[in-house]
Structure formats: structure tokens, C-alpha cells
Design a protein around this ligand. Structure first.
Ligand code: DI6
Ligand code: FE
Length: 419
């Protein structure tokens, strides 16, 4: 294992089993397991990894702070690369309707669905939005999430979209978790724009995008490309505008039907194409060629009681990197547990525990364009990691509802959660 090191240490964690999640050829030692190991940090970086005995000797000689992990497993901090966790209201009534047989599409077409959350979000104060989003983020953090992507998309007018993105940025300042923001400009057509689709898409792709990008509020854009949302041509107009500004893209693709959105995402070199329940072989090949990550969202699939899972064998065969995320949102995935998404990725989509864990670490980092910085335990990367009381890494995918996380370290700074 790596022994080159960065200068002095500030603190060292000893008596841990590491799962570095560094990609392994031929899948031997697929989690990058290193038993009875230690990891040292310098500032906010991983400075050294090696044996506990070596670490203790050096720590004693140099007066370095030591944390004893008591045989816990230590993994890269988890990354939830697709959430909509800033919103107002709830959709529990819609949940009840769906249980009585009304479909998601029917509710959306009747002006419920996303539009009802837009109404509640527009009516919410900044403080209320911040407070409810903080609670959701804290649930994720308590499981070991250290990086969180947050999409706007429930404002659908410039001022409210700006507020959602500002709340997301504020969350990143107030909490130790790292936040990446995405302007989900094309999520639904707001009621007031019903008579002028082209005008709305023009605003979103023009002055609104320029204003939000100009304010430094967005790290990426996203569009819901779907027959109940926006067409390929409309999505393409938005992606063109983002590309002109140098803003990377994600695309909600193939959630309810295959319109060729994955191919479109690939053509624009999108960071990720998300959902992908409906995906052709050509779509999978296009994603692989473009290096676009497939972000799978089993929470939404489960909530909507869908029956066509994403074609995981096709994605595997094509060599597409697969990530997993909560899709935390009030309509289709009121989910604040990335560990639950791990289990669902395995049980509902047929991922191996190794693929699932790569999907919330290395591949989730890639889906955010952050693979040089986070996603694996490697010297020089950001010291974001989590400790778990488990016997082996696959146990993180196995439990339903238990949280074995005993500590989380953000940029070298430890926080303890009571689990
Ligand atoms: N797909 C989804 O699953 C969420 N957004 C999207 O584009 C659901 C949004 C909602 O129903 O509120
Ligand atoms: Fe989503």
C-alpha cells in the first residue's frame, strides 16, 4: 500500500480496517481492504496510510493526536450525488392517492405532483427551507455522508430558484458536509407558463441561467427530459446554453420512458445521466463512450412501485460507471438514508455490494466531477471518511434501517454521532 507521505501529521486514526475503494483490476480485493491499518491527516488532506504499529511509533515520537477506532471499518465519506432536499411542504396526500391506484403521471397531469411542491416552496420562508433541509442533511450525515449534491427545481421562477440555491450554499457553510449545487432549470412547466412553453424554456436557458451562474450559485445544471416534462429539443436548448457558459450537466433520463435522453446526455458530455429505468443498448454504449456516469435511484423506483429496473447487465457490459443516490425529494423518494439506497441498489437492481459501495464513493465522486478530490482513500485526497461498526464492508448494504456509523471526519475534523 502507499507509504509516501505528506509532511507532518495533525492526527492519526489507528486500529481500523480500511476499505480504500480504489479501483482494483480483476476485482481481487475489490474494496481495497487493508486490515489492522492506520490513516493520518495533515490539515484537510489524507497524509499517510500504513500499519497501526508504525503509526503508533511515529505518533509517540512526534506527539501526534491518536484516535483509536477499536477495530471499526473506515471508508471514504459517502457521497449522495443526486438530491432535491431543499423544498417546502410534503406530499403525503399524494402518497395516499397513489396507494389507491392513481398514477404519478395522472397526478402530475392534473396539476399535482411537482407543481404542488412548487406552490408550497414558493410560499415557504428562507428560514423554513433552511430548517427542513438541515434536518434532512443531518440524517444523511449521521450515516457517513460527507458530500451532498442539491438541486433546485421547485421554484420555477428566478427569485425562488435563486433562494433554493442560496439555501443549499448556506447549508454547506453551516454544516461540515460539502455541498454541490445544481440548477434544475427544466423540472416542470409552471402553471403560469402553460400557454408559453417556448418562452419559459427561453428564460431558463437564457437570462435565468446567466444570472444564477453569474452569481456563483451553481456547479452544474440538470433537466427532467421526459414525456411529462421536457422534450429532447427543449433539453438540448438548455444544455447548449450551459455549455456556452462552461457549466457541466446532469440529465434526468429514462425514468418513465426511453426518449433518447441518455444519448443526448452523452452527446453533451454530461457528468451523469440519472434514473435510466428505460435505456437501450445504444444508450448504454453512448454513455460509456462519453464517460457519463449512470446514477441509479432505487428510492424513486421503489416509491413509484415500478417494475422495469435499469438494465444493470447492459450498463456493466458497456463499461458504464454506476453511482447510487437517494434522489431525496418529496414526491418520488422521501428518502434520507443512503444506506437504504445501498440495500435497494442490491435487492431491487441486482448490484453487487461492491458495485453499490463504489456507487456511493468513487463513482458518485465522478458523477460530480470530483474524482480527483474525494471518493477513495488516497494520499493527497480530502480527509473525508466515516467509521462503521461492521464485520465487513458488504454489511453496509445488508442492514435495513440500522445505522452502524460511529463517527464521521470532514476535512480532517472528527464529528461523532450517537448511533
Ligand atoms: N424525477 C424525480 O423522481 C423527481 N424529479 C424528477 O425529475 C421527482 C420530483 C417530484 O415528484 O417532486
Ligand atoms: Fe431527481
Amino acid at each position: 500500500m502507499q507509504q509516501s507521505s505528506i509532511g507532518e501529521w495533525d492526527r492519526v486514526w489507528v486500529n481500523a480496517h480500511l476499505a480504500t475503494m480504489v479501483a482494483a483490476e480483476g476485482n481481487l480485493n475489490a474494496y481495497g481492504e487493508v486490515k489492522d491499518a492506520a490513516l493520518a491527516v495533515r490539515g484537510d488532506r489524507i497524509a499517510w496510510m500504513g500499519s497501526s504499529a508504525d503509526a503508533l511509533a511515529r505518533a509517540r515520537a512526534q506527539d501526534v493526536a491518536v484516535s483509536d477506532c477499536g477495530g471499526a471499518w473506515l471508508l471514504p465519506g459517502l457521497i449522495d450525488c443526486h438530491t432535491h432536499l431543499v423544498y417546502g411542504g410534503s406530499r403525503v396526500e399524494e402518497f395516499e392517492k397513489r396507494l389507491c391506484g392513481v398514477s404519478y403521471e395522472e397526478i402530475a397531469r392534473a396539476g399535482g405532483g411537482i407543481q404542488s411542491t412548487v406552490n408550497a416552496t414558493r410560499a415557504a420562508t428562507r428560514e423554513a427551507l433552511l430548517e427542513s433541509a438541515t434536518r434532512r442533511a443531518q440524517c444523511l450525515m449521521a450515516e457517513g455522508v460527507t458530500t451532498l449534491e442539491i438541486k433546485s427545481g421547485y421554484g420555477l421562477e428566478l427569485g425562488v430558484e435563486r433562494r433554493l440555491l442560496e439555501v443549499a450554499r448556506e447549508l454547506g457553510r453551516r454544516l461540515p458536509v460539502s455541498v454541490r449545487t445544481t440548477y434544475l432549470g427544466l423540472h416542470a412547466l409552471p402553471q403560469e407558463a402553460a400557454a408559453d412553453r417556448a418562452g419559459f424554456v427561453g428564460q431558463v436557458s437564457g437570462p435565468w441561467l446567466e444570472a444564477l451562474a453569474g452569481s456563483g450559485l451553481i456547479d452544474a445544471v440538470d433537466a427532467f427530459c421526459e414525456n411529462i416534462a421536457f422534450s429532447l429539443a427543449e433539453t438540448e436548448q438548455f444544455l447548449h446554453a450551459a455549455r456556452r457558459l462552461g457549466v457541466p450537466a446532469h440529465v434526468h433520463a429514462g425514468q418513465l420512458s426511453d426518449m433518447g435522453a441518455a444519448e443526448l446526455a452523452a452527446r453533451f458530455g454530461a457528468l451523469s445521466a440519472d434514473h435510466l429505468e428505460y435505456l437501450s443498448a445504444a444508450g448504454a454504449t453512448a454513455l460509456a463512450a462519453a464517460g457519463t456516469v449512470a446514477v441509479l435511484l432505487p428510492g424513486a423506483y421503489y416509491m413509484l412501485r415500478q417494475t422495469t429496473p435499469p438494465p444493470v447487465p447492459l450498463l456493466r457490459q458497456a463499461g458504464v460507471a454506476m453511482a447510487l443516490a437517494t434522489d431525496c425529494n418529496p414526491g418520488t423518494s422521501p428518502c434520507t438514508s443512503l444506506l437504504l439506497a445501498l440495500n435497494m441498489g442490491c435487492t431491487l437492481f441486482g448490484l453487487t455490494p461492491h458495485e453499490a459501495l463504489a456507487g456511493v464513493t468513487r463513482h458518485a465522486a465522478q458523477a460530480l466531477g470530483l474524482q480527483a478530490e474525494i471518493g477513495t482513500l488516497e494520499i493527497g485526497k480530502r480527509a473525508d471518511f466515516a467509521l462503521y461498526r461492521i464485520d465487513r464492508p458488504a454489511e453496509l448494504c445488508y442492514n435495513l434501517g440500522a445505522n452502524p456509523c460511529t463517527g464521521v471526519v470532514y476535512g480532517g475534523v472528527p464529528r461523532r454521532f450517537k448511533n
